[in-house]
Design a protein around this ligand. Structure first.
Ligand SMILES: [Zn+2]
Length: 200
C-alpha cells in the first residue's frame, strides 16, 4: 500500500512533476477562508506552488496577517482585491495605472466559496477598502470537483489564470489551466483508489 504524497496529497497519481513553475509580472496573494485548509478540492494550493510571486494567508477578520500587511505596505506593490462589484475595474485598467505609478499589481484573491468570500468582505473593512478588480473570462468554469457552487463561478486557480491571461501572459495562463485539467482527471482515479488509466 503506497502512502499519499506529502506535497500533492495524491496516493496513486502524484502530480508534483507536472506542477508548472511560472514567473509572472505581479504578485498573487491568496487569502484563504480557514475552511479551505481542510478541503482537498482547494485549488489555491496549486497557484502558490506554481507561481514564484505568490503567497497564501489565512483570513483574519480584524486585520491582515503580518505577512500580508508587509506586502500591503510595501511601496513596490499596488494592492487590489479580486471581487466583482459596481465599482470594480478591469485587470487591464489596473495594469495601466500600476505602470503609470511604477508599481506592480498585487492581486488579492479570496480563496473560499462564493458565500464565504462575501462574508469575509462584509466582516473586514480593511479588505473592503482595497480597490476592486474583476476578470472577464471568456468561458465558464471547467472545475468539476465541487458541488453546490454557482454555475460558471471560476475556481481559485481559474481566477488566477484569468488574471494572468488578462495581464497578457497567455502562455503561463494556459500552463496553469492545463495543470488543472490533468489534476481533475487523476483526482477522480486517485479517490477511487487506483492510478489513472487513460484508456478506460
Ligand atoms: Zn506529489
Amino acid at each position: 500500500m503506497s502512502t499519499s504524497c506529502p506535497n500533492c496529497g495524491l496516493r496513486y497519481n502524484c502530480v508534483c512533476p507536472r506542477i508548472p513553475q511560472l514567473q509572472v509580472d505581479a504578485h498573487i496573494a491568496l487569502l484563504m477562508h480557514e475552511n479551505e485548509l481542510d478541503r482537498d478540492t482547494n485549488t489555491g494550493q496549486w497557484v502558490s506552488k506554481s507561481l514564484t510571486t505568490s503567497s497564501q494567508h489565512v483570513w483574519q477578520r480584524k486585520q491582515a496577517c503580518p505577512e500580508l500587511i508587509a506586502l500591503l505596505q510595501d511601496p513596490k506593490w499596488m494592492p487590489v482585491l479580486l471581487f466583482p462589484s459596481e465599482e470594480s475595474v478591469s485587470v487591464a485598467n489596473i495594469q495601466q495605472s500600476s505602470q503609470q505609478n511604477a508599481r506592480k499589481p498585487l492581486f488579492i484573491i479570496l480563496d473560499a466559496t462564493w458565500q464565504e468570500a462575501k462574508k469575509m468582505l462584509r466582516k473586514s473593512p480593511w479588505l473592503a477598502q482595497l480597490p476592486a478588480v474583476h476578470v472577464t473570462p471568456s468561458q465558464a468554469s471547467r472545475y468539476q470537483l465541487r458541488r453546490n457552487q454557482n454555475e460558471g463561478h471560476l475556481c481559485t486557480l481559474e481566477v488566477a489564470a484569468e488574471v494572468i491571461r488578462e495581464l497578457g501572459d497567455n502562455q503561463s495562463a494556459q500552463q496553469l489551466n492545463d495543470f488543472l485539467n490533468h489534476y481533475m482527471t487523476v483526482f477522480k482515479a486517485d479517490k477511487s483508489g487506483h492510478a489513472y488509466q487513460p484508456d478506460r
